[in-house]
Ligand binder design. Structure first.
Ligand code: ADP
Length: 585
């Protein structure tokens, strides 16, 4: 990552951290007080013990009240300060993280679904979670220790310069070299080694998750050995990479320790002659020696801070890259249009999926009158689902116009439009939770009776009766498992509950046995009377019941019109009908 982009990321991250600035500043003050108290405690104790010993040997009395009081005060301050600092800094971090999660979600939401395509949802979620967790380093492990180190070092050096400029020079040089420069240099080496560690770790994770999910298949094919070997190989490589990283990281810490002891020795060498000449009282030797050692505590966390800096900025950069994507479906500025009806009109609509060779929809001209029932049929890949995505404003036409209620779909805020739609997608997602919670998503104020009626209409009445806790039965991975057909019908019940003027259904009866599918469709058509219905279906026997049928092929409308008309006039349509012996039965 370039220095300039790193700086930009840092500035943007800092802006996100602003809401808890007060807590962060308080954390800094407490951390600084704790560190100063510890250094004063060490230095005064050293001086006090030596001075007492010397006074005892010389048989003179010494005022021990003041130093003892200072020691006690510093000990209390250090302990209390450390506790307060941990409390405040962690609180500040958790506040920032929760703010960051909400911010990130708000930015991601308008990108879905078109903007997040091409990202595997599991991998995206995992990476996002890890990146946000990594960002808790920024204040706690990077900025706070760095700020404390700089401020404390300046205070220490100022005091030391007052005592002896030469000692200040020695300590300043070693603090700068051993506390800041060398650890920063070593951290950049460890970051280099850390890159392969991250790659190996993610390979190991995805192998393990993939293997776990497909364990049944692996057992059936007797292929567990290969997975085992792959995991073992990745594990070994990861171990080697971790060793390399920790070598550099530990070298950074060793340099700080070494510099602290070197400073102590140099202080001895410089101060001993002064003591011997009687220029400096002997007890000050231990004061300065312990001060030198304790003051390096200010820079002790820096190797880890430098080590964490690059991965943290990279996490921030990844996060920004994700949320900065241009909105694939921008929201309009103005208020929602007032629709004159609930019909759609396509006017020369083209749509090209990014990355695909040919346009998915070509020059569609189509009228879906309000209250009419339209079936969209066509072979797989014809563009049926894409057409539905236009209707729900998950995508916008590349060119041409799509009107809903007489207004361009671009002028419709997504939420206002979707309030008028009830949609059943091909793979409608059911959330982990109760049946009731899944239904209430569609209509939060629905009464118990309405919920039951919707299930009844979706042919789930008997199913509901058999559930151990009725509407409050948990469904999902770890609870009651739904068959494909039950899941589909529950999604339909959810759509029916919405009571919206427009129903958009993508193969709603796929996977159901024929009698159930037929009864369900009867019910659906019945409750869609006077509502606009757009239905993608392979159930050709339904076509005579629809007001118009649209036959799509390779993104183009081959023919459209009422079933009776098409079956007389269109050869392509007749060929298609020939595939379904059930028509008209
Ligand atoms: P249908 O629903 O009729 O089976 P789709 O609307 O799902 O067809 O797809 C129409 C064409 O668009 C297919 O060729 C498909 O590969 C392509 N397509 C669908 N979604 C995307 C996408 N997100 N990115 C690129 N191509 C896509």
């Amino acid at each position: 990552m370039g220095g300039k982009s790193g700086l930009k990321t840092l500035c943007r991250l800092l802006a996100l951290y602003r809401p808890s600035l007060g807590w962060q500043a308080l954390g800094l003050v407490l951390a600084l007080i704790t560190l100063l108290a510890n250094t004063v405690l060490m230095a005064t104790s050293g001086w006090f013990i030596a001075a007492m010993g010397l006074a005892g040997a010389a048989g003179v009395t010494l005022n021990y009240f003041t130093p003892a009081a200072i020691i006690r005060a510093c000990a209390i301050l250090r302990t209390g300060g450390r506790y307060g600092e941990r409390l405040v800094t962690h609180d500040a971090t958790l506040r920032v993280l929760s703010h960051l999660r909400v911010w990130c979600y708000r930015r991601l939401e308008p990108l879905a679904p078109a903007g997040l395509e091409g990202q595997r949802s599991g991998a995206l979620l995992g990476q996002l979670g890890r990146d946000i967790d990594t960002l808790d380093n920024l204040y706690l492990r990077i900025l706070l220790p760095l700020a404390v180190a700089v401020l404390a070092s300046l205070l220490f050096l100022a005091w030391l310069a007052w005592q002896s400029p030469l000692l200040a020079l020695v300590q300043g040089f070693l603090l700068l070299l051993g506390g800041f420069l060398l650890p920063a240099l070593l951290a950049s080496r460890s970051h280099h080694a850390g890159r392969s560690e991250i790659q190996l770790l993610s390979a190991l994770r995805s192998d393990a998750a993939d293997g776990l999910q497909g364990l049944g298949e692996l057992l059936l094919h007797g292929a567990t050995q290969q997975l085992h070997q792959r995991l073992e190989r990745h594990g070994r490589e990861l171990g080697r990479a971790q060793l390399a990283t920790s070598r550099w990281r530990n070298a950074g810490q060793a340099v700080v320790g070494l510099s602290a002891w070197l400073t102590l020795w140099l202080f001895m060498v410089l101060v001993l002659p002064e003591v011997a000449q009687g220029v400096r009282p002997p007890a000050e030797l231990s004061l300065l020696a312990l001060f030198a050692l304790a003051s390096f505590e200010a820079v002790t966390p820096l190797p880890l801070a430098f080590h964490a800096l690059a991965p943290t900025l990279e996490a921030g950069e990844r996060l920004f890259a994700l949320v900065d994507q241009p909105l694939p479906v921008p929201e309009p500025e103005g208020p929602a249009p007032r629709p004159s009806n609930h019909g759609y009109r396509f006017e020369r609509v083209w749509l090209h999926h990014p990355g695909s060779a040919a346009p998915t929809l070509r020059e569609l001209d189509l009228e879906i009158p309000p209250g009419s029932h339209t079936a969209i049929i066509g072979p797989s890949g014809a563009g049926k689902s894409t057409l539905l995505q236009l209707l729900v404003r998950f995508r916008l036409p590349d060119s041409g116009r799509l009107l809903f209620g007489g207004s361009d779909i671009r002028e419709w805020p997504g939420a206002a439009l979707r309030q008028r739609l009830a949609v059943v997608e091909q793979d409608d997602h059911l959330f982990i939770g109760t049946v009731r919670q899944n239904l209430l998503l569609a209509r939060p104020d629905a009464s118990e009776a309405q919920l039951r009626a919707a299930l009844e209409r979706a042919r789930l009445g008997t199913w509901l009766e058999q559930l151990p806790r009725g509407l409050d039965t948990e469904i999902g991975e770890a609870a009651v498992r739904l068959s494909g057909g039950e899941a589909k019908r529950l999604a339909i019940a959810r759509a029916l509950l919405r009571d919206a003027p427009v129903l958009i259904l993508d193969e709603p009866t796929e996977g159901l046995d024929r009698p159930t599918a037929r009864r369900l469709m009867e019910e659906l058509l019945e409750c869609c009377r006077n509502r606009t219905l757009v239905l993608v279906t392979h159930q050709l026997e339904l076509l005579p019941r629809m007001d118009q049928v649209v036959l799509l092929d390779q993104g183009q409308i081959l023919v459209r019109g009422p079933h009776g008309e098409l079956s007389q006039q269109s050869e392509a349509y007749r060929r298609l009908l020939a595939l379904s012996p059930l028509i008209g039965k």
